[in-house]
Design a protein around this ligand. Structure first.
Ligand code: ADP
Length: 494
């Protein structure tokens, strides 16, 4: 395939700003695409929290952004994705992005998120025109960039960007960016686009829906999730739109960044390890984790780790409900890292007080601790109600920590069910079906029994997980193929 010009526009990019797995994907897929020979570039907002250190330099010309009724200007900063030549541009605008947070401040979602992200979309396209770099494909991500495909189809149709194809990836259908129709005027989108087969939902603008209707091709982050979102149960009100666009929608499993998540090279671990040294390596990490979270130092207790946003989507209320019963009847410890729902944060703090030495909790965001939990736990708990792809279960397997997951979305596509005593031996983790505390309880019991009664099978399971290839090798090629289809489809329309 001839090299393509591919522009990623995203509100989060690892290692610059991260809220969840979207950042990991946008920080790693471009590396894999660049390695395949494509000219990939990334644009994100310069939030107040972005550290514009000496690796960044300001571009000399201010960027005019065609939004609102008066002139809007941005300062553009430029750097590269660390360890690559992939250019990264950050748009600075004090009024819209000067705040430190991405989506929400202490009082909840920023009320001007519609305008902030409309500015990102239009600013990204204006920057392409300014630097005279016309992408073959714009790859947009989630509701914040839903207006991009719409802008390409309408306002910018008769500019040099009119032939640019768009690919829109759904990382999480739950968040749709409902907002007032003022955003259409602000972004200079024709008012006629306020209709149900474009942007309108229930009298408001739905930014995600705009992306779903207007992108040349759609993807989501796992094959199973691609099926689930076409059903009323998993479609969050947009299943009919997704069925309408089914021919253009595919699920491509996210890869992980094997350099950032490699137990053999991980500076966060006391003793990095590979398959041959997994037992001593994990034992050292377990001890260090127990010390760090104030757990009893015990090499022979089954330790369950969690690294997650505290949200009901992640099924952590099931953990909260089952935890006292598990601790009552099973010889286990829990190590939790996360933040989000204040009720869950408080519940887990109480659990740590009620079960000292057996429950360790860190409320907050801590990348280094997240690596230590992946390595030091015996099992990784992820009972998600819905999971578009999920990355942490893949990190866990790479670190020799069998995940215990609910059978949903990307968890089905990545975690193979362990079958006790099977020949040949199979499975990289434990899956359960019902989103209930008893189902979770039983599966924790199953994992515990494996830990205490079948250590050789557990060891073999660890090695099978570590052997799995979760890199971008396969998925980047699938995206490359999809971009080719998108470009061909777009050119045939213009
Ligand atoms: P989601 O995007 O739904 O939050 P994923 O599993 O796809 O879930 O990605 C979550 C990412 O965020 C992973 O890289 C995980 O390690 C990281 N993460 C989540 N919570 C924390 C936390 N409290 N501290 C550090 N990293 C976290």
């Amino acid at each position: 395939m001839p090299p393509l010009k591919i522009l990623f526009v995203s509100p989060e990019v690892e290692p610059f700003v991260k809220v969840g797995g979207l950042a990991d994907m946008v920080g790693s897929l471009p590396k894999a695409l660049a390695a395949l020979g494509h000219d990939v570039r990334i644009i994100l907002p310069a939030y107040g929290s972005l550290r514009l250190d000496s690796h960044w330099h300001a571009r000399p010309d201010p960027l005019g952004v065609d939004v609102g009724t008066s002139a809007h200007w941005a300062r553009t900063w430029e750097t590269v994705l660390p360890g690559t030549k992939v250019p990264v541009y950050a748009l600075e605008h004090e009024g819209l992005f000067g705040r430190p947070e991405v989506y929400a401040g202490p009082w909840g979602n920023h009320p001007d998120n519609d305008l902030r992200f409309a500015f990102l979309c239009r600013g990204a396209l204006n920057l392409c025109l300014q630097i005279d770099w016309i992408p073959d494909v714009v790859h947009a991500h989630d509701w914040t960039t839903g207006l991009l495909p719409l802008l390409l189809n309408t306002t910018l149709r008769h500019t040099p960007l009119g032939r640019t194809a768009s690919v829109f990836t759904i990382h999480n259908l739950e968040h749709q960016g409902y907002c007032d129709r003022r955003v259409l005027d602000f972004a200079h989108i024709p008012p006629g686009e306020f209709r149900p087969d474009s942007t309108e939902s229930g009298g408001a603008v739905n930014m995600l829906k705009a992306g779903l209707y207007h992108a040349t091709k759609l993807t989501t982050v796992s094959p199973t999730y691609a099926e689930e979102i076409k059903t009323p149960a998993g479609g969050w009100g947009l299943d009919s739109v997704l069925r309408f666009r089914a021919a253009d929608l595919i699920g491509i499993l996210n890869g992980i960044d094997p350099a950032a998540w490699n137990p053999a090279m991980d500076k966060n671990l006391p003793r990095p390890y590979d398959q041959r040294s997994v037992t001593p390596g994990k034992a050292a990490a377990k001890l260090s984790l127990q010390r760090r979270l104030g757990l009893d130092e015990d090499a022979h207790i089954a330790l369950f780790g969690i690294v997650s946003r505290f949200a009901s989507q992640k099924g952590l209320d099931l953990v909260a409900e089952a935890m006292p019963h598990i601790l009552d009847r099973m010889h286990v410890q829990f190590a939790l890292l996360g933040a989000g729902d204040p009720g869950l944060e408080q519940t887990f703090r109480w659990a740590a007080e009620a079960f000292p030495g057996r429950v360790g909790v860190h409320v907050g965001y801590d990348n280094s601790l997240s690596h230590l939990i992946q390595a030091g736990s015996d099992f990784f708990l992820m009972p998600s109600r819905a999971e578009p792809c999920g990355l942490t279960q893949m990190y866990a397997m790479r670190y020799g920590t069998p995940p215990l997951v609910r059978s949903t979305g990307g968890l089905i596509d990545t975690v193979d069910q362990y079958v006790e005593g099977a020949t040949p031996a199979v499975g990289t983790g434990f899956r359960f079906q019902d989103a209930t505390a008893p189902a979770l309880y039983n599966t924790v019991g199953w994992a515990c029994a494996t830990y205490y009664d079948r250590p050789a099978e557990l060891h073999a399971m660890r090695l099978r997980g570590m052997d799995r290839d979760f890199s971008w090798n396969l998925s980047a090629k699938r995206y490359e193929e999809l971009y080719g289809w998108a470009v061909a489809a777009r050119r045939s329309q213009t």
